[in-house]
Design a protein around this ligand. Structure first.
Ligand code: M6R
Length: 364
């Protein structure tokens, strides 16, 4: 049931506020985070010397943000691997490692094989999975369900923001148990996380503007997505969404890498989308924007509302409500999902069933 929406993807984008409330329900409180998986495996998790996140596609992008969250709040080193690379590389896996498998479907063959390998070598396996009772959920030692409900559209949307929410809850629960986070910082983050669904509701009101903007870019055959820090994985995710459903070639890069190659591509036929929220690194992203502008590139910028500097440079500006830097991806990804959706619809493509793709990749 598409609930009155023309496609499942649009329904799932608009479902995100409610889904994230469900995901946080019973877990997030102002002064604490309760995850039974953490409470019941406290000693094993707290003694971990390293976390290894394995996933594919969008779930791997969530993993990149998970790495930043866990390293920042818990001070534990984290590696992020494509499950398909990890399993074929003869990786070093220690019995003190905790492997986090992230998957919407819980049936991705490479992710399943990666955790079987890690388990054989003695690692403890923690799942962040949406599909209840799925193969990955059954194979893990413990974990948390994403609880965003079934995702039907092939392009993952609400599962991604749900994964980010779970990773934030996990980082906070571990950090609190380990004593690596300052109490005030903890409380400000939990309070702000609780506000995110309302902020997404507000952001979704930009849908008509983004639809309008999409019309301008249906001609494009290439796109660059750039972001820094917390927003770098969002650039990767925005580019993947565009590729998958609108068949426009898009590349995501960390903004600072631009001058090491991709800038050679920039001309007046190359739209460049910058994720440039008002956080650390903002000034640097703005100067990258100026370099693109000087080469004739068309700029779409996702900025924090109230921003005036980018307004002077960018061709199009999309505002997102202000939030704490580690939570910015939960907001900045939303306009990127909508942009990919509207461009695909404008091109007359089958948004929910893009060519050559399956919802769960159960082959290697
Ligand atoms: O079900 P999973 O999260 O394990 O799936 C992983 C990828 O196949 C998936 O995220 C894929 O990249 C999506 N189509 C992205 O929109």
């Amino acid at each position: 049931d598409r609930g009155g929406f023309p496609h499942f993807m649009l329904k799932e984008i608009f479902d995100q506020p409610r889904c994230l409330r469900d995901c946080m329900s019973g877990r997030l409180f102002d002064d604490k985070v309760i995850l039974s998986a953490v409470r019941n495996n406290r000693a094993r998790l707290l003694s971990a010397t390293r976390f290894i996140i394995v996933a594919c596609g969008t779930s791997w992008h969530a993993g990149l943000i998970g790495k930043q969250l866990i390293e920042h709040y818990c001070k534990i080193p984290v590696e992020v691997d494509y499950a398909s690379e990890f399993r074929y590389r003869d990786p070093v896996i220690l019995p003190t490692d905790v492997v986090i498998a992230i998957s919407q479907s819980g049936e991705t063959a490479d992710t399943l094989a990666a955790i079987k390998l890690a388990k054989e070598r003695g690692a403890f396996i923690f799942g962040i999975v949406n599909a209840v009772g799925s193969s990955i959920a059954r194979e893990t030692d413990t974990g948390i369900y994403i609880h965003v409900g079934p995702e039907i559209g092939v392009a993952s949307t609400k599962a991604f923001t749900g994964q980010l929410t779970c990773l934030t809850l996990l980082a906070l629960a571990l950090a609190n148990a380990k004593g690596t986070v300052d109490h005030d910082e903890f409380v400000s983050l939990t309070k702000e996380l609780g506000q995110i669904p309302d902020k997404i509701d507000k952001l979704l009101k930009e849908n008509d503007c983004i639809k309008q903007l999409a019309r301008t870019y249906t001609y494009a055959t290439n796109f660059l997505y750039l972001g820094r820090g917390w927003n770098y994985p969002v650039a990767l995710e925005g580019a993947l969404k565009l590729k998958e459903i609108s068949y426009i070639h898009a590349e995501g890069y960390p903004a600072a890498e631009m001058k090491h190659g991709p800038i050679a591509l920039v001309d007046n036929m190359m739209p460049v989308l910058f994720v440039a929220t008002h956080h650390e690194g903002y000034e640097k992203v703005v100067s990258n924007m100026q370099e693109v502008k000087a080469r004739g590139g068309r700029i779409i910028a996702v900025v924090t509302e109230g921003d005036t500097e980018v307004q002077k440079i960018a061709d199009e500006v999309i505002n997102v409500p202000s939030t704490l830097a580690p939570l910015a991806p939960l907001l900045t990804v939303i306009p990127l999902q909508l942009l990919a959706y509207h461009i695909a619809v404008e091109k007359g493509l089958d948004v929910d069933q893009p060519r050559n793709l399956a919802k769960s990749v159960t082959v290697e």
